[in-house]
Design a protein around this ligand. Structure first.
Ligand SMILES: [Cu+2]
Length: 153
């Protein structure tokens, strides 16, 4: 009786070990060669009148086009207060999500996430805090990552 229990529990332990190992398989996410560099993304500090966050799309600030599995400007340099607008000119849904695949940057750490931007849709964000804001697309994480908005005075 106790021997068969040991056999069963050994089998269960083996299955558990296998499933843990399977969950650690590297699916090949491309880690950008230039990750968040100093100064790191920072939470809004409330020290200026600029309010960082999602705003109505603008035609006056920098425009970044979401194209087939890419963006047309991988790095955009802006000054604090600038509204950056992403235009999805593609036929696929894309997102503009702060951080890197597998590690999106949360809002409390200066992160942002457009959610799904449909084909023909637009999304805009006002950048206030100086930083190197790395972002990726959640729906095409293995192809679309390592893009940056560099915010500096
Ligand atoms: Cu995408």
């Amino acid at each position: 009786m106790s021997r068969s229990l040991i056999v069963v529990s050994s089998l269960l332990a083996g299955a558990a070990a296998f499933s843990v190992a399977a969950s650690c398989i590297d699916f090949g996410y491309r880690v950008p060669a230039v990750p968040d560099a100093a100064p790191a993304d920072a939470a809004p500090d409330g020290s200026s009148a600029c309010v960082e966050g999602a705003v109505a799309p603008s035609t006056s600030g920098p425009q970044i086009n979401l194209i087939t599995l890419n963006v047309d400007k991988a790095v955009v340099n802006v000054t604090p207060g600038t509204v950056v607008t992403w235009n999805n000119t593609d036929t696929m849904v894309h997102t503009v999500t702060a951080g890197v695949p597998g590690a999106p940057r949360p809002p409390a750490q200066g992160g942002f996430d457009s959610g799904d931007i449909p084909a023909g849709g637009k999304w805009a964000w006002r950048f206030c805090n100086a930083r190197n804001a790395v972002y990726f697309c959640k729906t095409h994480a293995s192809q679309m990552s390592g893009y940056r908005v560099v915010v500096a005075p």
